[in-house]
Design a protein around this ligand. Sequence first.
Ligand SMILES: Nc1ncnc2c1ncn2[C@@H]1O[C@H](COP(=O)(O)OP(=O)(O)OP(=O)(O)O)[C@@H](O)[C@H]1O
Ligand SMILES: C[C@@](O)(CCO)CC(=O)[O-]
Length: 528
Amino acid sequence: MTERLGPNRVNDLGKANGHTNSNANTNGTANGNGTASGTGSSGGTVNGNGNGAASNANGNDIKLAQRKKMDRKKSSPMMPTFMVSAPGKVIVTGEHAVVHGKAAIAAAISLRSYLLVTTLSKSKRTVTLTFPDIEFNHVWNIDELPWEKFSHPSKKKYYYDLVTALDPDLVAAIQPLLADLSRDKPSELRKVHQNTAGSFLYMFLSLGSQSFPGCQYTLRSTIPIGAGLGSSATIAVCMSAALLLQLRTLSGPHPDQPSEEARLQIERINRWAFVYEMFIHGNPSGVDNTVSTQGKAVMFQRTDYNKPPLVRPLMDFPTLPLLLVDTRTAKSTSAQLGKVSSLNEAHPKLVGCILDAVDKVTRSASELLDADDFDTENEECLRRVGELMTINHGLLVSLGVSHPRLERVRELVDHEGIGWTKLTGAGGGGCSITLLRPGVPREKLERLEARLGEEGYQKFETTVGGDGVGVLWPAVLKNGMDEDEEGGMEIDLEKFLKAEGNEGVERLVGVHGGVGEREGWKFWRVAS
Ligand SMILES: Nc1ncnc2c1ncn2[C@@H]1O[C@H](COP(=O)(O)OP(=O)(O)OP(=O)(O)O)[C@@H](O)[C@H]1O
Ligand SMILES: C[C@@](O)(CCO)CC(=O)[O-]
């Protein structure tokens, strides 16, 4: 079994570079990209930092509170340190077929990625990626990046453009920046680093300009990497949202935002997230970044790669009783996509029929899940969706994208008669989902879970249908600590990097923080 890189492998890489938060930006010219305008934006209005005074404190406490407030003022930048977050996903039906123009249903899950964006002082002309989960930390000098290639009139793209393919000349222009990356690392990890750096640079150079302020992007995720839960899409969505916010091209999210405006902004974030995904995966359908951006659940289809996909938000998606199991077996999405494409080339008629059958599965599932009388407590309702998931899995097996460890989960679940199982995501390892029968006896579930544990599987507790991309502006949260009295705790680089494991990240910055939705995080709300 190949061990996968896991999120939360925090190491010291992030702390080793000099760009900590202590001298956050005093640069008033947040960016100089004259192209970004027209949305009446003011990133600063996203969220107020309450800054309430500690009114009932004694004299010393008041002095301390005032000093803390003044300290905060001194370092208060034009563009404050802020965070964005995006959810992972499960594909309920239709993976792989969706790459070939068929429909798929995907739902957001409660595991998420969190990106901290720190603007540096004006004199610091660097951009840093600090991604401890993949042991990646790199600093580029902004003035040494190939801006002239990306800003050439024949190549220049704007934040409102629809980019449906990567430009080979621009991909070539960033290759020299990747060639020497992580030479001391094992080749697989090095490839991950090159891919990560490449996708970031492509987006940064496309959207930004040479006058972009120096900044640091620090990412932590609670989503296992390469497990079919869309971890790469969450990075893509976070990066896209962060850059568009830095460019001041997004005016939200805010509570009174008209739904149409929210929809447009979500669409922009999603378009650029897709560019990032193209760099990582080659030929993705865009379903992962779409559900990660929008949240809840979506029915998704891309029949023409030159046009935006058809996306139907499923706002009333039922809270399905799902068991999510990670095989902890590495897989590469692009390798699995390649397998299906090769099979399709070798047997076009046959594979065409399989893909059509998957499409029918998705449409039937959508009808069932959309029905007014669908009831997650009703065995008959769940059985019909479960059967469709079982058929979908069989079709994926015939496309060659299952794995013995996925089949083993199915065997164990079927043996207990607990529910209906399919792989989710690209397959070849990764995760499975099991739709649980209502009223499964506790002992059966416990027996299954113990067995899975013994055999090296990992079970995930997650809920489906949560919020999409969110913003914490500025990066200040109420965490039940002393700082709350002054408006909340500032999340700085050190705290973020030191948070221990998934629980630590969730406790420190989590959208839910383990206690329901948290004050501070804001989401674009798109009504159905
Ligand atoms: N926590 C993370 N930190 C940094 N980069 C990450 C992280 N998670 C994912 N990535 C990026 O995404 C890539 C993994 O993408 P991959 O498609 O293999 O997995 P996935 O997105 O989890 O699966 P799927 O596409 O099947 O849902 C990594 O190589 C890395 O570039
Ligand atoms: C396998 C796939 O269909 C889903 C991955 O989550 C790939 C894609 O849609 O891009």
